[in-house]
Design a protein around this ligand. Structure first.
Ligand code: NIG
Ligand code: FE
Length: 429
């Protein structure tokens, strides 16, 4: 067969293969390790993967392809980051200092800072400035090995700015090599102008924002012609004390589901309100954070098709000592994914390598479990597991080469960039 890109001789190649759905429970421990591994790609797709000699034997003219020699190195699927707030304007460095001095995240938020602080900056920013600031972060993500990322709205909190954010995500998706998955998070916080009137704001989300966004399609031009894409694939809600309670979250998520949007929820970040049960009941694709989830709800989650997305960068960023009880979730047979939660308040971290290193320590994952959680399971957390997230024939050629001799160095080492080459859709980017 033909190939236009060959990655050969990898000391360790991890396929992270899981064709029949996310890796659950004990299956997370298997990274699909191939010694002296290779992968062949053609027109952006993987056409062969296996030991180097077997892959080469299948290729008619290996010299016609771009060849990457991965001798002494590690090859894995590109990271998928399934929970980010990567699109925003400004920063919150002064709040960071307040928090170090003892103020809590929720105190700052209830005093009108926090998310609202970033909302003011994002409302004031032009579309171009918002895009330019975010492009720098997307480049940083890509350099650290992330090839697909979700991005949420939620720093607009009025219809016009939420739409501006979706416009920005669409432009970024066109301009940037990463694939971006848009999520509508109009219910990220109660904006200042609705203080004390949360139900009125929920009315606005349900009656004005969702109809404007749920039906919105963008026309994208490609070499193969024009096609329509949804402005948002997912709807998410911050279910938390001081944000939206379970009844309010339910109203929004049910309305979104009615419009055909897939669901996500921020659940149990600070208080166990019941957002996890709601996610399971509504068939959400993922429930995210899960720091203080009760054991009963962890059991329900593990028994469901909803992916558990842990965001260890957030407790780390807030200098908290509680993290998702990932070992329990895995013991219960649950499907765990990892994400950065990249945002200006709690976790300004573009690197999934750091999230993996943190997950090994704070969540007690093995490197293999953490890598599966950051690739194939993260892809399933975006309903993309059939198309990307693993090195399997027929999947998108999203591949990274790491300058490490053993895959366990990913997790073991932290704070420097171990990624040497990033391949997106078969192109070295
Ligand atoms: O996931 N908890 C809500 N949203 C983000 C924080 C966003 C912010 O503080 O700007 C989170 O941690
Ligand atoms: Fe978040």
């Amino acid at each position: 067969m033909d190939a236009d890109l060959l990655i050969l001789n990898a000391a360790h190649l991890l396929t992270c293969a899981s064709p029949d759905g996310p890796k659950r429970g004990a299956a997370l421990a298997d990274p699909g390790l191939i010694h002296d591994g290779a992968v062949a790609c053609l027109a952006g797709q993987i056409v062969a993967v296996g030991p180097t000699s077997e892959v080469l034997a299948q290729i008619d003219e290996p010299d016609a392809a771009v060849i990457i020699d991965a001798r002494g190195k590690v090859v894995t699927p590109g990271f998928v980051d399934p929970h980010t707030h990567a699109l925003w304007a400004g920063d919150r460095a002064s709040e960071f200092e307040l928090r170090i001095a003892g103020a809590t995240y929720l105190e700052i938020m209830h005093a009108g800072g926090g998310i609202m602080n970033t909302v003011r900056a994002t409302r004031a920013a032009s579309l171009d400035d918002l895009i330019d600031e975010t492009l720098l972060r997307l480049d940083m993500m890509l350099m650290h090995g992330t090839t697909t990322a979700e991005i949420k709205t939620g720093y607009g909190l009025d219809t016009a700015t939420e739409l501006k954010m979706l416009d920005a995500i669409r432009v970024l998706d066109e301009q940037h090599p990463m694939d971006l998955v848009p999520t509508f998070l109009g219910a990220h916080a109660v904006p200042a102008e609705y203080t004390g009137r949360t139900d009125d704001y929920v009315d606005l989300v349900v009656n004005e924002m969702l109809p404007a966004i749920g039906d919105l399609r963008y026309i994208v031009e490609t070499p193969d012609g024009e096609y329509n894409i949804r402005a948002a694939d997912f709807c998410d809600v911050f279910c938390e004390v001081g944000a939206f309670d379970v009844a309010q979250s339910r109203r929004i998520l049910e309305a979104a589901k009615e419009m055909g949007l897939s669901l996500k929820i921020h659940a149990d970040e600070f208080e166990p309100l019941g957002g996890t049960s709601l996610a399971v009941e509504l068939g959400a694709v993922s429930a995210d954070h899960l720091v203080c989830t009760t054991d009963e709800q962890l059991q329900a989650l593990a028994a469901s098709d909803t992916i558990a997305v842990s965001l260890p960068g957030t407790p780390f960023g807030l200098a908290h000592s509680h993290y998702t009880n990932a070992r329990r979730l895995i013991d219960l047979g649950g499907a765990l994914a990892l994400a950065s939660d990249l945002n200006p308040g709690t976790s300004w971290c573009e690197s999934m390598q750091f999230i993996i290193a943190l997950a090994c320590r704070a969540l007690k994952l093995t490197p293999a479990e953490a890598i599966n959680a950051a690739t194939i399971n993260a892809a399933y957390a975006l309903s993309l597991g059939e198309y990307l997230g693993s090195l399997e024939v027929g999947k998108q050629a999203d591949i990274i080469v790491l300058d490490i001799p053993d895959y366990r160095h990913l997790g073991y080492r932290y704070g420097t960039n171990l990624v040497e080459t990033v391949v997106k859709r078969g192109q070295v980017v």
